[in-house]
Every structure is written in structure tokens, then in C-alpha cells.
Write a protein that binds this ligand. Structure first.
Ligand SMILES: *Cc1c(COP(=O)(O)O)cnc(C)c1O
Length: 456
């Protein structure tokens, strides 16, 4: 049996620009709309929430956007991240497939999220921002922004989804080490939080609720901006360093993927690995199949409706066209907290509509099974979210075995699971179950979508 191979990219080859897929698409995604006027929002509408530099990235159609040198300096602490050929996993699966994974768990927070947290904190600092309010699901984003805030001298307030706050106390400690304040959401600190608590005192919370709370704080305080860890174009943009590095590393391996796999919550780590490959396909005709894997308990891409919806439960955000389960949809409390969002990034939704990617949904138990198989072969414990990508990659590798063909499969191992031992404990105790979401609740959430005339 061969050992796994690690492809290390020299620091000097770390990308100097982020890749903007919007430059290569046949057309732009549908515009973001103001919920009152139903007219496209302009940069000024977003100015209370974000610094102008990030708003301009949000709407940019320039292909290459420069990564500022201070951001690259921070990146160099853990980037370029390694790309591995998973030879021991291939052996365990008895597959002729060539499996590669890009490992983002080597970052300070243990996931891909610092790639954008550091960039966002930098651009906010450049704009003179002193405080940022944000939300976090599993705690990865809150941890990442806490770390980045400490580096750039910005105070961070994190609304953490209640169920994760209770399941992952160490994430809160992690944020506090970096000086951030972390409160469970729904909280008593905002009008919207108080409203939710009055209606459902035992609310598990959701990303949609936590976003509303953070946006409310940013919108009502002059000294505070808002930051989002996924979904938005500029966030996906910052993550494209992952796929660009992978392209260079696969060149070192003298290989090119037939299939690229990523898990999707809001879509950012998936976009990070996939968009540069979609760009290669569009510009140079290099064929590749791109596969997004989501939890079947929160299946926005496979079961959601492609429609205009709010990004949050309290309806404070603009309307974006995306695959959505409805902003009132409350996913069951499964363990991949980072994948419990009702919508999908508009850019990921757009490329799905264009037929450039496929999507598949898996129940959590089979994902943990895949994660454990992976860990035993490769020695890395994946985050519960990442287990979805592992499941997708393993299934493709098994298909190669059954069909007797060798394909190259690349997946994004977007984070480690060192803070997620409770989830693994539950899995080994047989306590992990596959909750189906409530069909009636989904229908109701979808019936509550805002009505937007199709002409816009
Ligand atoms: C946040 C997170 C996700 C989900 O967010 P995306 O924007 O879809 O990437 C997935 N995996 C990990 C490890 C995360 O921290």
C-alpha cells in the first residue's frame, strides 16, 4: 500500500489575485432587489452594512481582483494549504480512482473561513470601521472573524445559533480568546431577537434569525458594520484562492480532475474550490463535472425553489434570487451546523441554473460513516460539514470501481472536526438519526416567499 502524497505549493506561487467567475459567465446573475421598491439596489443602499471596497467587489465583473499585500501576509501563516493524494483511502476503497483533497483545516480557526474573514477585516479596517456584528452557525465563522478582528483591531460581536451555542461551548471560548463577544441567538439584545423569544422561548435559533440580529445591530449603530461568512459574491470571491492553488498543485501532480466535489451550506467553500475550475471550462473548454453536496435535512439546491427571497428570517436584508427553502424554514437540529441555511449563494444558484454544476443531498449518518472511513485512512478528522463532501467523493470513487474506470476526483476538505467531538460521540453511540424536515413546514415556508413580478 502506498502512502498518501502531499503536494506543497511554494509560498512564492500563492495566488496574487482572487478569481471572479462573473467575468466569464454568459450573463450576470439576476440583480439584488430592494424589498420595498423591488428595484435593483445600488452601492449606496448597502453602505450602512459594508465598506465600499467590499460592495464594489460584490458587483465587480473584473476577472482578477488583487489580494492586498497585508492580507497575503496573514494568509502566509497557513497558505498555500496542502493538496493530498489520498492513496490510503483509495486502497481502502479498492478503487482505481485518483482521489485528491485540498485541506483547509490547517487555518487558525480550522476551516476555509479565515480566507474571507481576514480579507473582510482588512477592508473594514481600511475604511476606519471599529466594530463588526455577525452571526455564526457551528461557530467556524465567528471563530474566524474573531481571529481576524484581533489582527486588525476591530471589536467583534457574534450572534451564535442557540443549538450550536449549547452543543459547542469550546467554540465560544475560542472566540473569547480573540476578544470577541459571543451571545446565543435569539437573544435579548435586539428587537428581532426579543420578538422571536416572545413567540418561541425555547427556540433552537437558526442562521436566518442570527443574521437578522446582526444586521439589526449594524443598521442601527453608526459605529458598527456587518459581515457575512458565506453566500455573498465577495465572500465566494475570497475563497477562490483554494481552487487556484489546487489548479497549480494538480499541475505538480501532472493530473486534472474529472470531478470536483464540495459541500454546500451557503456555498462559499464549494465556490472556492469549484469556480476556478468552472472558469477553466468556460475559457479553455477543459471539461470537468462539478458536484455540490448538501444535507438532505436542509436541501436548498435540490429541493428549494429558485426564487427571490430574503437572506434572513426577520426580513431586513435585500431580496436575492437563489435556491431557497423559504426564509421561515427551520431546519431540524442536525450536526452539520454550518449547512443549516435556508438559501444558497446567488452565484452558486445561478451556475446551477446554467447547468454548470450538479447537486446531490445526503442524510447525515451516511456522511459520518464516510468521514470515519476517511479519518481511518488519512488520519484527519473532518468537520461534520466536510463529511458531506467526503461522502460525495467516496461515492464517486466507488462508482469508478464498479465501472472499472479511473477518474481523478478532487474534493475540498473544508475543515477539521476537532470541535465537533460531541457529534462523533453521538454517532458512535448510535444516537445520530436522519431527521427528515417537515414537508408541511417546507410548503408553508415556500408559500411565504415574497412576490416579485417575473419581469424584474
Ligand atoms: C461554514 C462552513 C461550511 C458551510 O459554509 P459554506 O459557505 O457553504 O462553505 C462548511 N464547512 C465548514 C467547515 C464550515 O466552517
Amino acid at each position: 500500500m502506498s502512502d498518501s502524497i502531499k503536494y506543497v505549493l511554494d509560498e512564492s506561487r500563492m495566488p496574487r489575485t482572487w478569481y471572479n467567475l462573473a467575468a466569464d459567465l454568459p450573463g450576470p446573475p439576476p440583480p439584488v432587489l430592494h424589498p420595498g421598491t423591488l428595484k435593483p439596489v445600488g452601492p449606496d443602499d448597502l453602505a450602512p452594512l459594508f465598506p465600499m471596497s467590499l460592495i464594489l467587489q460584490e458587483v465587480s465583473t473584473e476577472r482578477a481582483i488583487e489580494i492586498p499585500e497585508p492580507v497575503r501576509d496573514v494568509y502566509r501563516q497557513w497558505r498555500p494549504t496542502p493538496l493530498y493524494r489520498a492513496r490510503r483511502l483509495e486502497h481502502a476503497l479498492q478503487t482505481p480512482a485518483r482521489i485528491y483533497y485540498k485541506y483547509e483545516g490547517v487555518s487558525p480557526a480550522g476551516s476555509h473561513k479565515p480566507n474571507t474573514a481576514v480579507a473582510q477585516a482588512f477592508f473594514n479596517r481600511e475604511a476606519g470601521v471599529k466594530k463588526i456584528a455577525t452571526e455564526t452557525g457551528a461557530g467556524q465563522w465567528g471563530s474566524s472573524l474573531a481571529f481576524a478582528g484581533a489582527l486588525f483591531g476591530i471589536e467583534i460581536l457574534v450572534f451564535m445559533v442557540r443549538v450550536s451555542y449549547d452543543q459547542k461551548p469550546y467554540r465560544r471560548a475560542f472566540m473569547e480568546i480573540f476578544g470577541a463577544r459571543c451571545v446565543p441567538s435569539p437573544s435579548n439584545e435586539t428587537n428581532f431577537g426579543r420578538q422571536v423569544l416572545a413567540a418561541t422561548p425555547n427556540s433552537n435559533g437558526s442562521l436566518g434569525i442570527a443574521i437578522s440580529e446582526a444586521v439589526e445591530v449594524a443598521a442601527t449603530r453608526d459605529d458598527t458594520k456587518y459581515a457575512l461568512g458565506s453566500v455573498l459574491n465577495h465572500v465566494l470571491l475570497h475563497q477562490t484562492i483554494i481552487g487556484q492553488e489546487a489548479l497549480a498543485q494538480l499541475e505538480m501532480a501532472n493530473d486534472y480532475p474529472d470531478i470536483v466535489v464540495g459541500c454546500t451550506g451557503g456555498g462559499s467553500n464549494f465556490a472556492g474550490i469549484a469556480f476556478p475550475f468552472i472558469g477553466e471550462k468556460l475559457r479553455r473548454g477543459r471539461d470537468v463535472r462539478i458536484l455540490a453536496i448538501e444535507p438532505s435535512a436542509c436541501p436548498s439546491l435540490t429541493r428549494g425553489k429558485y426564487a427571490y427571497d430574503f437572506g434572513d428570517t426577520g426580513h431586513m436584508t435585500p431580496l436575492v434570487k437563489m435556491h431557497t427553502l423559504g426564509s421561515a424554514f427551520m431546519p431540524p437540529g442536525f450536526h452539520a451546523g454550518g449547512l443549516r441555511y435556508h438559501g444558497m449563494a446567488p452565484m452558486v444558484s445561478h451556475v446551477k441554473e446554467l447547468g454548470l454544476i450538479d447537486a446531490r443531498a445526503y442524510p447525515q449518518v451516511s456522511c459520518f460513516e464516510a468521514g470515519v472511513t476517511f479519518a481511518r485512512a488519512e488520519g484527519i478528522v473532518p468537520a461534520p460539514e466536510a463529511n458531506h463532501a467526503v461522502r460525495g467523493a467516496i461515492d464517486e470513487a466507488i462508482r469508478c470501481r464498479e465501472e472499472g474506470v479511473s477518474r481523478a476526483i478532487l474534493f475540498n476538505l473544508c475543515g477539521h472536526g476537532h470541535f465537533d467531538m460531541q457529534a462523533y460521540t453521538d454517532y458512535f453511540a448510535g444516537k445520530l438519526t436522519d431527521h427528515a424536515y417537515d414537508e408541511g413546514e417546507l410548503a408553508m415556508a415556500l408559500s411565504g416567499l415574497p412576490s416579485v413580478p417575473s419581469a424584474v
